[in-house]
Design a binder for this molecule. Structure first.
Ligand SMILES: Cc1cc2nc3c(=O)[nH]c(=O)nc-3n(C[C@H](O)[C@H](O)[C@H](O)COP(=O)(O)O)c2cc1C
Length: 170
């Protein structure tokens, strides 16, 4: 149960092959999202899976024509089903809950040998209309998933632990 290798190999893929994602792998990715934790276990999410080529092209247009968004055979629009609930600390729950679900799905995608990229660079209203997402709900992000065309070269920059971790005080 060593997760670190999967975490280490994860990177934001931005070139995909047209090869399909198997229904079994997609189902396991969605299962990973379904199993994610959420505040008060409210699970305020809906995962809209887009595989249709015409829809993917329209999503690519709404994503400022970023080519790789339309290249990947699967896009999951991670949407809220409640945008009001606040956690006891006063902060909104849905961005946190949906981010956990997205992270679980992204890691499962890499565990399946696939690539994934998070995309937040899109016109929400255009995608809302296309996918008939209710006006009161939000599309937090898109997970763009497929077989990667180019692997990452080199290690990504990350701040050192000395910079980001402290003990007993800030
Ligand atoms: C909340 C969030 C939003 C992001 N939005 C975008 C995006 O709109 N377009 C994009 O190309 N990458 C996006 N990314 C990917 C980041 O740019 C990427 O994770 C970061 O540069 C680190 O690179 P790595 O994922 O390869 O380690 C997003 C990542 C996160 C966590």
């Amino acid at each position: 149960m060593d997760l670190v290798p999967v975490i280490q190999q994860r990177f934001s893929a931005n070139a995909f092959l047209p090869d399909p994602v198997s229904p079994e792998a997609l189902d396991r990715i969605l299962e990973a999202g379904r199993r994610a934790p959420s505040a008060k276990n409210r699970q305020p999410w809906r995962f809209v899976v887009i595989q249709d080529a015409g829809y993917r092209r329209k999503i690519q247009e709404a994503a400022y024509n970023e080519p790789w968004v339309g290249q990947a055979p699967v896009i999951i629009a991670v949407c809220s089903t409640n945008i009001d609930y606040r956690m006891p600390n006063g902060q909104l729950a849905y961005p946190v809950d949906l981010s956990f679900a997205s992270a679980y799905m992204e890691l499962q995608a890499f565990h399946e040998g696939l690539g994934c990229c998070i995309n937040t660079t899109f016109q929400e209203d255009d995608i809302r209309e296309l996918l008939t997402v209710p006006y009161s709900m939000r599309i937090l992000l898109l997970l763009v998933i497929g077989h990667v065309a180019e692997k990452r070269t080199g290690e990504p920059h990350r701040l050192s632990k000395a910079r980001i971790v402290s003990y007993e005080h800030w």
